[in-house]
Design a protein around this ligand. Sequence first.
Ligand SMILES: Cc1cc2nc3c(=O)[nH]c(=O)nc-3n(C[C@H](O)[C@H](O)[C@H](O)COP(=O)(O)OP(=O)(O)OC[C@H]3O[C@@H](n4cnc5c(N)ncnc54)[C@H](O)[C@@H]3O)c2cc1C
Length: 454
Amino acid sequence: MAVTTSNAELTRPLCWQDNGSANHECRETMTSAVARRTIEGMAEHTSTPKHVAVVGAGMVGLSTAWFLQEHGVSVTVLDREGVAAGSSWGNAGWLTPGITTPLPEPAVLKYGVRAVLSPSSPVYVPPTANPRLVSFLTRFARNSTARRWERAMQALVPINRRSLAAFDVLGENGVAAPTHEAKSFLAAYRTADERTTLLEEIEQIHRAGQGIEFDVLDGDEARGVEPSLSDEVGAAIRLHDQRFINPGEYVHALADSVSARGGVIRSGVTVDDIVDRGSKVEVDGASYDAVVLATGAWLGNLARRFGVRTLVQAGRGYSFSIPIEHVPSGPVYFPAQRVACTPLGDRLRVAGMMEFRAPDAPLDARRIGAISEAAKPLLRGADLDARQDEWVGARPCTPDGLPLVGATRSPRVYAAGGHGMWGITLGPATGQLLAEQMVTGRVPAELAAFNPLR
Ligand SMILES: Cc1cc2nc3c(=O)[nH]c(=O)nc-3n(C[C@H](O)[C@H](O)[C@H](O)COP(=O)(O)OP(=O)(O)OC[C@H]3O[C@@H](n4cnc5c(N)ncnc54)[C@H](O)[C@@H]3O)c2cc1C
């Protein structure tokens, strides 16, 4: 397949009726625009799908559905529970392309080895890992070298560049939830020594071709910016030009927009099988032109039979919200503790942990306790005992730290997932690029490294 960059002509609505759906004339215009762009490299692409099923109503599935609608495609989204039932609900909601980096890195490996010994460590691997988990961890460890990290980082840079613009397209075209500029975005530490890891990583990010503006602050300067930091904070980095959202609210607004534009969202539908019938594909007893598998940490269950061999492992994280005297004006990150805080209305969401376990295992209260204990001494005026919304969710992690986005062995079955720690930041750009690929048959350059059959 040919690789091409995206085309703005295809990423914006050309003409919409009041109810948000494309009118007939508009559909024709889009179809011919698509046809013009797809003559070259069309060998494997038979026709533009008219009706697509999307399995999974998280950030990635709904973004793909929304951007397919931009091309005049009808969508039906199926979820075994409902909108934002997976990891798209209680996450930290950071839109931080500046630090969207591959998870397998030398420092995580160090945590991983320590973690086997301590259930309160920010990265936890159960001592009785099953063979599948051992296989994932072995591959993950192999990718946790400086050289592989750099290569994976270079692969993320092009999609990172598009991530905030994709949110703007959604915001300007009917997705009612806001994205917030992070007036302050602080990574805070006890000592300047601890800070060197992120400073070095920022340098490596720069070397990979991605810029990020930042200031280096001492403890008092950090408290000047963010009074909710305690006196134990002695050093910080302030990142610029990042954003955040309330992820649950945002994903529901995205679902509302998909519905308002004529999409169907069906909750309580577990998809156990996908039957490829040659020119059509059958999902839950109905026939579609194509299907997108966007089932998060469960991606492998359906994708494996279509040639996707990369393991998608749940990297489970926990969160809760607390009252705090001064709600920060942007995210606060404690990298040494691996704790992420995000203002949500009048409360602060506190999130953390990377627990490599089965995605459906029950919430382990010890992890909530560990996050709470790690954050307590670093926050001022926070009541960590008045926790609400205790939650566990499964990050869909791949061993090489890159998502799986694109066609599988069947040209009618697409994968969209495996974004690990960054499916909120990258969800809309993923949906935008995958929708373009599905209607044109050409792989956008930004997706080239994310081939699900790698
Ligand atoms: C603690 C924590 C903090 C995080 N913070 C951030 C952050 O700040 N920024 C960021 O970018 N990312 C963050 N992430 C990662 C982010 O949450 C995920 O990458 C993202 O939500 C993945 O979205 P998804 O749509 O692929 O999967 P999900 O949101 O998990 O959606 C998958 C959906 O598929 C459905 N499903 C599964 N199997 C089936 C089936 N067989 N049939 C029907 N439906 C099915 C599920 O019910 C679910 O609704 C965080 C994650 C955690 C856990």
